[in-house]
Each structure stands twice: as structure tokens, then as C-alpha cells.
Write a protein that binds this ligand. Sequence first.
Ligand SMILES: NC(=O)c1ccc[n+]([C@@H]2O[C@H](COP(=O)([O-])OP(=O)(O)OC[C@H]3O[C@@H](n4cnc5c(N)ncnc54)[C@H](O)[C@@H]3O)[C@@H](O)[C@H]2O)c1
Length: 371
Amino acid sequence: MSSIPVQCAGGSYEVVVDPGGLHSLGARALEVARGRRVLLVADSAVADTHAIRATSGLEAAGFRVQACSIVSDEHRKSMATVESLYQAGLGAGLGRSDLVVSVGGGLVGDVAGFLAATYLRGIDFINVPTTLLAMVDASVGGKTGVNLPLPDDDGVPRLGKNLAGAFWPPRLVLADPELLESLPDRELRCGLAECVKHGVIASQDLLDGIDHRLDVIRSADPAATAWLVDQAVRIKARVVEEDEHEHGRRAVLNLGHTFGHAIEPIDSLDLLHGEAVSVGLVAAIALSRAIGQLEGDWADGFVRRLERIGLPVQLPQAVPVAELLLRMGFDKKAHGGSHTLIVPHCPGRVSIVPDVPEEAIVAAWRAVGAD
Ligand SMILES: NC(=O)c1ccc[n+]([C@@H]2O[C@H](COP(=O)([O-])OP(=O)(O)OC[C@H]3O[C@@H](n4cnc5c(N)ncnc54)[C@H](O)[C@@H]3O)[C@@H](O)[C@H]2O)c1
């Protein structure tokens, strides 16, 4: 078991990494909660398993739990879903000192966190992440939110990711790596993409450690995944503590994401978030090379590492560069048409580069198979 404190403006919270620790949720919730009513928001995929255990543990500790579940689908990561959860909270008599508990992946955590941030102007939130991505990334740092439909200028409906949201740190994150045993292998690999990203941002040791343990991590061995979650959370915690509200340095966590977000919504590519990030990381390396910022000879080995994990390193099919540039323009981080991108120099050294020339972005896309 390990416990990683994360400092934030309102105080601090612990990310507890504890194989088998779900059974301690009730006792841990008692330590941080003020009220005794809970709205538990579960991912429907774990509603009959992990969420039932979470509910029983909370009830045994004296909480009155109203449980509801939502389907993890980016189209349901919406204001309509939040509205229905407000109604569930009101129906359960949830007051200002009560609690929202999320049991699910990053999607459910973002929705439940946003619910907690806005219900009665903000109530306490506990996150029990059930995917690797949520344990190492989404549950740490206090970002919550939902998607919004973008203005439909050209007749093509598009979803703007996380365009409504709030910074709302949890009171506690309880990461139980045993919950990953039920996670589909493809989702586990997606979480690994974010871990590898953390490694490029801050730590060659994390990258080496993943290499050494890859087989046991891929089989969701709790001791191996506990090590991984602990290491990756420490990196993310350090970055978000430096810049809680993303005015500067925190943007490095978007490494690979500006590219990834452009391709993730293209249905025909069939890429999950972590897979899109994997291709995005390769594009970010190509961008670094194109603007003369790549240092050393780590890049080829890094791409092979992604392949060994079972992550894509190229677009599954060619997409016109013009479409990709357009899609990047929709990214809320692009300011007035000038692109600020996160550029990796070598593992442990990345920087935020403003005004990246369009030719370099085109070269980066071509390097991952764009037309
Ligand atoms: N807040 C942040 O800082 C932050 C950071 C990164 C990503 N995100 C958000 O997180 C979301 C992606 O999160 P994700 O990758 O966890 O995806 P997800 O929440 O959609 O979950 C992935 C899939 O795994 C299933 N699942 C979850 N836990 C399971 C378990 N233990 N066993 C079996 N199946 C399980 C879900 O039903 C879903 O089908 C995106 O919406 C993204 O925007 C937020």
C-alpha cells in the first residue's frame, strides 16, 4: 500500500494505491466525509461487481447510499447525464455536506466530479478509479467535465471534448489495482499509453521499469500494476501541484494529446483514447525532429516500446492532412489559429513550444501515415 499526497489550493488529498483496498472504502470515507449520504455514480460495466462492493462497504460504515450507473460513452458524457444525476441527488436528499462517490473509468470520474463540483455549488467527491488510465491520470489533478456539441458549421456534427468543466479536487482517490483484473486488455494498454507519456515527461526510470515488468503488467498482476500506478501518480501529482489550474507547466501533460484528440473522434479509425495518444506521441516526436528539437537517439527505441506494448504507432488508415489540421483547429487549446504544442526533447525533458510552423505539423502527421 502507498499513499501519495497531492497539494492543491483548498488543502491536499491522498491518492491511496492499495491492492485489495476497495474493502477499506467505508472506513476511509469516514475519515474525509462530513455528511452521511452518498450518491454513488458507477460505470455500468462495473455496476454489478466493484460498485456493489463499494456500496456495501460504505453502508457498513454507516453511509446511506443511492447508487446509479451510467454507460461509458463519450456521447453520454454530457450535460443531460449530469442533469439526470442532479435529479438523483435531489431525490436522495443529498445536502451540502454529503458526498459523490465515483466508481468507474475516467469518463465516469469526470462526469461524477463535475456533478460534485456543481451540485449545490459543490460537495465532497471521492474517486474510485477502475481503469488504469483513470488511476494514473484522470483521477489525479482535479479536472472534471463533460463534452459539448460543437457549432455545426458544415453539417458535420462534432463533439467538443471536455468543453464544460471545473477544477474540483477530490477528497480522496482510492486506487485498488485488483479492480483492473476485469479490465479488457485493450483498455489496459490504453492506460499504459498514458504511463509511457508520464515517462517521457519526467522519468526514464518509469519507461525502463515498464519494459522490465511488461508481461506481468499486461496480465494485470496487482503487485506490478500497483508499482506502475504509484510511480505514474507521483509524476502526475508533481506536475499538477506546480500548476493546478493549467496556466503554464501543467500543459506538458497534453503531450501527444493535441494530435490524439484530432484523430480520436474519427469513427473509421476506431481508436480508443490511449491508442490515439500513442499515435499522437509518435507524431509529437516527429514534430520535435521537424523543428530540430529532438535530442539523442531514443526515438526509434521508444516507438518500438509502444509496439511491444501493443499500441498503434501509425494511423490505421490514411487521413488527409487538411482534415487533421482542421480538426486540430477545433481543439480548445489552439489560440487564434497559432498552434502551441508540447514537444519532447528526450525522456525527462519536454517543453511547451508556441507558434509551431504549420509545415512542421504537416510533417508530423505525414510521419504517422497521413495523406
Ligand atoms: N480529468 C482528467 O484529468 C482526465 C485525464 C485523462 C482522461 N480523462 C477522460 O477520461 C476518459 C477516458 O477514461 P478511460 O480510459 O478510463 O475510459 P472509460 O471511462 O470510458 O472506460 C473504458 C472502458 O472500460 C470499462 N471499464 C471501466 N472499468 C472497468 C473494469 N474495472 N472492468 C471492466 N471494464 C471496465 C468502461 O465501461 C469502458 O467501456 C475520457 O472521457 C477522457 O476525457 C480525463
